[in-house]
Unconditional design. Structure first.
Length: 326
């Protein structure tokens, strides 16, 4: 949990830091490249996310200035028309994530300016250098931007109202981490984890990130999918699987065989696109709860909000640099 990314803005009641930099325009951007100057607050967030042993899977950043759940992309690759969405490879799951938050927040869901209280970022208005797109593009973390108050500086008397409006939304959003696929990528001969693997979901250009212990998590809408794991000097493996809408992720493990070794009990694809299940792996023991809680920053947001004082709640909801004030 990060109570506020902009302590200078908190103290001075403005969106810029003490150097006059808008922190939500200071991240590297896929369309505009790296900014000429990255402020220390942004650098701290980037180092925290980039250097973590486990890959963050789901996150949210909170702003004041409107009532809406905003999802990627925020910017355009080239010229565009006003109101035109900028679609990312995971647009379907992002829309579901945004709706999972807004539908439990009555004022947000019924905001007349946004259908069901959600919006594609660029369709609302384009911006570049935001944290949301950086987290998704650079680290495959599913992050949305949540605007929780039209009034940027609400009185303390309404804190309990805002908490009640957002509590169920936070819990419901957190639970979405259980819809998708997770598993391990291992060397078939040594049973050691492989992290430098290309894990491709067929029909989706976005690669799946793998942690240093070979674990991966990919949030998906319910449906049928195919995924291929590949690595230099190893035989590719493709698997087909189904994601359901229940609260348990589909488990999918890959055993990758070196080219110079005989096959193991799984289908290794080199053009035939056939698959069958691999045996259960008991060699390496993983604590799924620890990995899940380590990977999901939103869990810390919820736990923090349940335990910290109302002052911290205010700092999360209303003192974070606002995306909505242009």
């Amino acid at each position: 949990i990060v109570p506020t990314m902009n302590p200078d803005g908190w103290e001075n009641m403005k969106r810029e830091n003490s150097q006059g930099i808008d922190l939500n325009r200071s991240f590297p951007d896929q369309f505009r490249g790296y900014p000429s100057r990255i402020p220390p607050e942004t650098s701290a967030i980037m180092n925290w996310v980039s250097n973590s042993s486990y890959k963050f899977v789901l996150s949210a950043n909170f702003h004041g200035g409107d009532l809406v759940a905003n999802y990627p992309y925020d910017g355009y690759r080239g010229p565009s028309s006003p109101g035109q969405p900028s679609i990312c490879p995971d647009n379907d799951i992002f829309k579901e994530l945004a709706l999972s938050y807004s539908q439990f927040n009555g004022p947000m869901y019924n905001n007349p300016d946004f259908v069901q209280g959600i919006t594609n970022g660029a369709a609302w208005y384009p911006l570049y250098g935001g944290m949301q797109d950086w987290n998704y593009v650079w680290h495959s973390c599913m992050e949305i931007t949540i605007e929780v108050s039209i009034d940027k500086w609400p009185p303390s008397s309404v804190i309990s109202t805002f908490w009640n409006d957002n509590r169920d939304s936070l819990v419901n959003y957190m639970m979405k981490v259980n819809v998708g696929v997770k598993g391990r990528v291992l060397d078939s001969s040594t049973m050691r984890p492989l992290s430098d693997v290309s894990l491709v979901l067929h029909g989706n250009a976005k690669l799946t990130k793998i942690s240093t212990d070979g674990m991966f998590f990919r949030l998906l809408v319910p449906g049928s999918y195919s995924m291929t794991a590949s690595r230099p000097n190893y035989v590719n493996v493709t698997k087909h699987f189904t994601v359901t809408s229940n609260s348990s992720m589909t488990e999918l493990d890959f055993l990758l065989r070196r080219n110079d070794l005989p096959a193991v009990n799984q289908t290794e694809v080199s053009g035939d696109n056939q698959t069958r299940n691999i045996p259960n792996l008991e060699v390496l023991v993983y604590d799924g709860k620890n990995h899940l809680s380590s990977a999901i920053v939103i869990l810390y947001i919820v736990v923090g909000l349940l335990s910290v004082s109302l002052v911290i709640v205010v700092s999360i909801f209303f003192r974070f640099s606002s995306r909505a004030n242009l």
